[in-house]
Structure formats: C-alpha cells, structure tokens
Design a protein around this ligand. Sequence first.
Ligand SMILES: C[S@@+](CC[C@H](N)C(=O)[O-])C[C@H]1O[C@@H](n2cnc3c(N)ncnc32)[C@H](O)[C@@H]1O
Length: 448
Amino acid sequence: MKKNQIVDLEITDLSYEAMGVAHDEGLTIFVTNALPGEIVSAKILKVKKNFAFAKIEKIKKESPDRVKIKLNQWVQTGLASLAHIKYDKQLEFKRNQVVNLLKKAHLDDVEVGETLPSPEQTGYRNKAQVPVREINGQLEIGFFRRHSHDLVPLTNFFTTDPEIDRVLVAVRDILRKYRVPVYDEINHKGEVRYLDVRRSKATGEIMVILVCLHKDFPQLLGVAAEISQIHGVSGLILNHNPKKTNVILGKKDYVVFGNDQITDKIGDLKFRISPQSFFQINSLQTPRLYDLAIKKADLKPSDVVIDAYSGIGTIGLSVAKHVKAVRGIEVVRDAIKDAKDNAKLNGIDNAKYYLGKAEEVMPRWAKQGLKTDVVFVDPPRKGLTPEFIGATVKTGPEKVVYISCNPATMVRDLQLFQEQGYEFDRIDPVDMFPQTPHVEAVTVLTKK
Ligand SMILES: C[S@@+](CC[C@H](N)C(=O)[O-])C[C@H]1O[C@@H](n2cnc3c(N)ncnc32)[C@H](O)[C@@H]1O
C-alpha cells in the first residue's frame, strides 16, 4: 500500500478517536469519518509499519447510523468529530470505550451502565475558547483543523450556546473595525490570540475575555466601549499571555470594565466563576452528573468529606448541608477564592477550601492523622497520582467517589485503589460532551 493510492475498504470498527477502522494487506487503516458497516473508496495519506491513515473519497455503501451534517468543518476541525453519527450510537460508542478499557485491564466483570444522555445535544457549551488568526488579510475566528494550527473560519460553533456564538461574531466584527492586530504565532507578534466567552444559563450574564500578547494596546478603549454595548455582556477581561506557548490563558487578568465573575446555578446553589476557574461546560447535564455521584456516596450527617480537585467548590458545597464537614483542595488560586466566596454566598460554614496540589496536600493531611468518610475526586485528564491514592487510603474513607473525564486514567487509578483494599463493581458513563468523543464516567470504590 502506498501514499496517494485509492483503495476500497470495509470499515469494521471505530477507534477511540472515532476514526473508522479497516484491515487490508496486513495493515490497520484509520479512515477519518468513516463508520462501521460502510464500504468506502479511500485515499491513503500516510503509511507506517503496521498501520496507515486514509480519507474518504467516496462512500460506496453508507451506514444507517450516519447523519447528514450542515457544515463539514465541524467534523474536520475536531470541534464535533462525532457529529456525523446518530446520537444513540454516540452514546453506545462512549459506553464501549469504558467496556474496552475494562476488558484490557481484565476487569470484565465490572458492570457498565448505559451512557446517560445529555438534555441538550447541540448548543450545550456555556464556554467557548476560539483562536483568532489572520486569513487573506482579514481577522477570522474559528477552530483549528484536527492535529494542526490551520484555522478554519467559523461563525456557528454548533456545540456552543448560540448566545455565545452571537457574542463571538460581534466581538470579531469590532476587532475588525478597529483593525486590532491579530496574533502571529510563528513570529510571536501581533495582539489578539484567543476570544474566550462564558455565559451563565441561569442569569444570562456573559463574560468576554480577550487573550492578548500585551496587557494594553492602542485600540483597547474604543474596542471596550463597543463590547460594552453587546447585549448581555457583564464584563470584559484582558488576559495577558506574553509567552510563546500553546497554553491558551496567561496568568494575569485585567478587568477592562464590569464584573470579573459571572454567577451560575447548580440545583439551588449559586456559584461565582472567575476567568481562570474551571466550571463544568454542560450546564444542564452537570446537576445530573453530580446527583449520580452524590447518590453513590450514600452520605451520613456525621461524615467528613473531601472534595479533591474542587474547582470553585461545586461538589463539596452541594453536599455540605447533609454532612458534618467538607474540605476542598484545588490548585488554581482564583478557583479557591471563588469556592470560599461561594460557601459564603450560599450560607455554608462547614466547608473549607485549601490551595495546593492534591498530591501534596492529601499526604500532609494523612500524616497529620486526618480521618475521612467519603472522598470525592474529579481530576483533570491525567488522573490521580500514586501519592494521592496512597494518602487517601491512609485517611480510611468508607467510599471514594471518582468522577473522570478520561476513563483510561480512571481505570488505571481504580486498579491502584483495588490493590490497597477497595473494590468497585460498576462504572456509569455520562455524556457531558455530545458530538465529541470525550467520555465522562462515575464510579464508587468501597472499603472492603
Ligand atoms: C475536572 S475539573 C473538576 C472541578 C470541579 N470538581 C467541578 O466539577 O467543577 C478538575 C480541577 O482540578 C484542578 N487541578 C488540576 N490539577 C490539580 C492538582 N494537581 N491538584 C489540585 N487540583 C488540581 C483544576 O484546576 C480543575 O479545577
């Protein structure tokens, strides 16, 4: 098989990145956007020793699970790389990710629930971070083509709240009008790098963050005056990111006008959110995820609870009124400030939040002799560390409730807990990110 060769392929499976998988001439071939059951004529793009990549030239036999999408760009950019698959099949795909990981780990007897569908399948994101680049002399917003930094211009981001799309386009037009220089990542010159927009579904407040190379630029006052006129915008922040890096946000935020927090709600509780703080992006699915996790915890009024990787305190504060005490750990300074504000805002005085790395704070607490009843963990994609797991076990919780956005690291960590006297028999996938291959999952470990 050679590069540029056109071959007919029968697709038999989907990879974890949702690429169609075919086998031919002893090679595994990954075909972008092809679906199991399809026969496609494909162009070979790259050949390695055991595998190859290809793209569809023509679909000769179409899967009944394929849906027609309005814009190919959604799939090409990875913004919504499952958008061509029927929603019930997306849910099945996510469940299978968990099943396959368990199989690989020889944990076949663990039950995997059906993926909990999201109440909204499009327009569900309460936040968008979109790159700004210059194309043919014009400032554009959009999304990077998969595995590249080529910007594909977009105005409809499909998975984002349409009110956020409206603001993104309005800000783009203001930046064009004022001829604000666009960031050039090769020469590390120019000004605006990203637009970051967050909207609260509960209050309608919208925060606009301009991620810029410098902390000021000549057109800023004029730009700010016009952004303040966009309906719903409650604050403008300039995030200063002077580094040559792929990391989107810099460390410093400057309030240009308005509020530096927006307020959202989960259940009956209100939460203030700062620009640097994490907040679950699917507002309607979040309370359903938390309900599932909290039910698994089976809390008692005498419980001492840890909310590790707490963000702005959403999980801990949701349970605080039903338990004796909550201690949260989080590494982002602004998120800790938000968590403390949020405890006060909701009249909660038995939840304390601590700044630091969970893998350093938890061992310190364990050494001090802290005893816990329930530990909630909700780490980023890289999962937990052996130090954190060892220290958690030392504090002796009856239950550890694990919420994960990466089942591969979750299964790895669950095995470490198993080796230290904990057991689990079920994982529940929850769809927080419709149209994308991302899988969220919840499980509870119980002390044997
Ligand atoms: C997936 S979010 C969960 C946040 C929160 N539980 C929620 O549901 O909104 C993970 C959080 O862990 C924080 N984080 C990342 N690494 C950390 C570390 N080593 N120690 C403590 N927190 C960390 C991130 O800043 C983020 O707020």
